[in-house]
Design a binder for this molecule. Structure first.
Ligand code: PEP
Ligand code: CO
Length: 454
C-alpha cells in the first residue's frame, strides 16, 4: 500500500503549519528528549496495527461494531493498576452488552496508554488577573494555575512514554491472563454499578452467558480450547496531537518497509487539527496505521471527501474512520450530506459517532459537563441518518472512566447539577461514570437491534 507522496517521511510535517502545538521554551531540549524517545522500543508493533486495520475493515463493511472508549486525558497523577483495571472492566461490560444485545462482534479500542495531549480552544487563560499558558495535558505541562506549572516541559514526553508502556503492559496481562475470560463476566460488575438498574440488567445477561457456557460444556465442547472465550483484544488509540512525540515513535516496519507510528495502534486527528494542508494531516497521510478524523458540524461534504482522498487514497477498508461529533441539535441536518458525499466518493470509510464533544457546556457552578440525554439524543439522530441512507452506523466513541465520578448530568441515577462537585476528578472533559457507560451500551444495543437487517 503506497499511501504517502514521494516526499513523505516522519519529519515532513515540519514544513507545514502545525496547529495546537505548545510554545516550548527551549527548542534544543525538546529535540534532545525526542532523540532519547526515538531510541526507545516501540510501544506497539506494525503487525498489530495491520490486524486492527482488518478488524476495522470488517466494521466498515457492516460486519462489526467499533467501541472506542476511555479517558479524555490520561493523568500522570491518577495512574494506578486499579484505575486501568476498572476502565478495562467497564469497556468489557459494554462490549458484552453490545455483543449479546445486538449480536455483532465488537472491536474494542481504548483511549488509553498514550492519550495525554489536549487541544485547547484558547492558547492562554486568565486566572486571578494573570494570563497563563493553557493546560495542554500532562505530556506538556501541569494544570495548576501558576506560570511555572504551565510552562511546557519536554521531560514530560519521556514520562508519558513510560506511563504508556506500563499501562500497555498491564492491559496485555489483563486481556490475556484470565481477567478478561468470559467465565469472569459476573466479576466485571463493580459494587456501585451492581446496585443500579443497569447493573442488575447486566447481571441478568452475565447469568445467561454463564448458563450458555455450562450448556456448551455439558454437550462435550472443550471450552478450554476456545481461545476467544478466554482472551480479548483491546487496541490502543490517542489523538496524534503532539507531533514531535509521534515522530519519535514512528518506525519503519522491517517486514513491509512501511512506516508505522508505534505509539498506538490507532491514531486520530481532532476537530481542531484536521486542516487538509496542515502538519497533522501530512503526518497521518504517511503512517500505515489505521487512522481516524473527528468531523464536527462545520465540516462541508467537500472537505470530508478531500480528507478521505488525502488519507485513504487507495480505498482500503479499515484505513480511515470518520468520527461524527456534531452535537445533538445539529447532527440531523449536518451529517447526512457528508455521509452521502463520502459514500459517492467510493472511500470505504468506517462511520462512528462521538456523542460527547458536541454537547459540552459549562454549568452554573463553573464545571464543564454534558447531559446524558444529549449524548443519547445525538446517538439516536446519528443512527436515524444512517438508517435513512442505508449506511452502517459502525461505532461509538466515548469518554468514560470505571469510577463513580459525578461529571455528566442525568443517566440511570439522574445526577443533578448540585451533585457535580462531589466526585469531579477529570483534568479535562467530563466523562461518563461506570453506570452511565453501561446505560449507554444498553441504549446503543437497542438502536442496533432495531436497524433494518442489512
Ligand atoms: C477529544 O476527543 O478529547 C477532543 C478534544 O475531541 P474533538 O477534537 O472532537 O473536540
Ligand atoms: Co475530550
Amino acid at each position: 500500500m503506497a499511501l504517502s507522496g514521494a516526499t513523505w517521511n516522519p519529519t515532513s510535517w515540519r514544513s507545514y503549519p502545525a496547529a495546537q502545538q505548545p510554545e516550548w521554551p527551549d527548542a534544543a531540549e525538546l529535540e534532545n528528549r525526542c532523540k532519547e524517545l526515538a531510541a526507545l522500543p516501540p510501544l506497539v508493533f506494525a503487525g498489530e496495527a495491520r490486524r486492527l486495520t482488518s478488524a476495522l475493515g470488517r466494521a466498515a463493511q457492516g460486519r462489526a461494531f467499533l467501541l472506542q472508549a476511555g479517558d479524555c486525558a490520561e493523568s500522570f497523577a491518577e495512574f494506578s493498576a486499579d484505575s486501568i483495571r476498572d476502565k478495562l472492566r467497564v469497556i468489557l461490560q459494554m462490549a458484552v452488552v453490545l455483543t449479546y444485545g445486538a449480536g455483532v462482534p465488537v472491536v474494542k479500542v481504548g483511549r488509553i496508554a498514550g492519550q495525554f495531549a489536549k487541544p485547547r480552544s484558547s492558547a492562554t487563560e486568565t486566572v486571578g488577573g494573570v494570563e497563563l499558558a493553557a493546560f495542554r495535558g500532562h505530556i506538556v505541562n501541569h494544570e495548576a494555575p501558576d506560570a511555572v506549572a504551565r510552562t511546557p516541559d519536554p521531560s514530560r514526553l519521556l514520562t508519558a512514554y513510560h506511563q504508556a508502556a506500563s499501562t500497555l503492559n498491564l492491559l496485555r496481562a489483563f486481556t490475556t491472563g484470565g481477567f478478561a475470560d468470559l467465565s469472569e463476566v459476573h466479576t466485571w460488575n463493580r459494587e456501585f454499578v451492581a446496585r443500579s438498574p443497569q447493573g442488575r440488567r447486566y447481571d441478568a445477561i452475565a447469568e445467561e452467558i454463564t448458563r450458555a457456557l455450562r450448556f456448551m460444556e455439558a454437550t462435550g465442547i472443550d471450552l478450554a480450547r476456545e481461545a476467544t472465550l478466554h482472551q480479548v483484544e483491546l487496541w490502543t488509540s490517542h489523538e496524534a496531537l503532539l507531533l514531535p512525540w509521534e515522530e519519535a515513535l514512528t518506525r519503519r516496519d522491517s517486514l513491509t518497509g512501511n512506516w508505522y507510528d508505534c505509539s498506538a495502534h490507532l491514531l486520530w486527528l481532532g476537530e481542531r487539527t484536521r486542516q487538509p494542508k496542515g502538519a497533522h494531516v501530512e503526518f497521518l497521510s504517511g503512517i500505515h496505521n489505521p487512522i481516524a478524523v473527528k468531523i464536527g458540524p462545520t465540516t462541508t461534504p467537500a472537505q470530508a471527501v478531500e480528507l478521505a482522498d488525502r488519507l485513504d487514497p487507495e480505498h482500503v477498508p479499515g484505513r480511515l474512520t470518520l468520527v461524527s461529533r456534531m452535537g445533538a441539535q445539529k447532527v440531523s441536518d449536518t451529517l447526512g450530506p457528508v455521509v452521502e458525499a463520502v459514500r459517492s466518493s467510493g472511500h470505504p470509510v468506517l462511520w462512528t459517532c462521538d456523542p460527547m464533544h458536541g454537547n459540552t457546556f459549562v454549568a452554573d457552578n463553573g464545571l464543564k459537563t454534558r447531559r446524558f440525554d444529549d449524548v443519547l439524543g445525538e446517538l439516536a439522530a446519528y443512527f436515524a441518518v444512517h438508517r435513512q441512507l442505508g449506511t452502517w452506523p459502525g461505532g461509538v466513541h466515548v469518554e468514560l472512566t470505571g469510577d463513580d465520578v459525578t461529571e455528566c448530568l442525568g443517566g440511570g441515577r439522574s445526577l443533578s447539577e448540585d451533585e457535580l462537585p462531589l466526585r469531579y476528578t477529570t483534568t479535562c472533559d467530563p466523562r461518563l461514570n461506570a453506570s452511565q457507560s453501561l446505560d449507554l451500551a444498553f441504549n446503543v444495543a437497542e438502536m442496533l437491534r432495531t436497524l433494518p437487517a442489512g
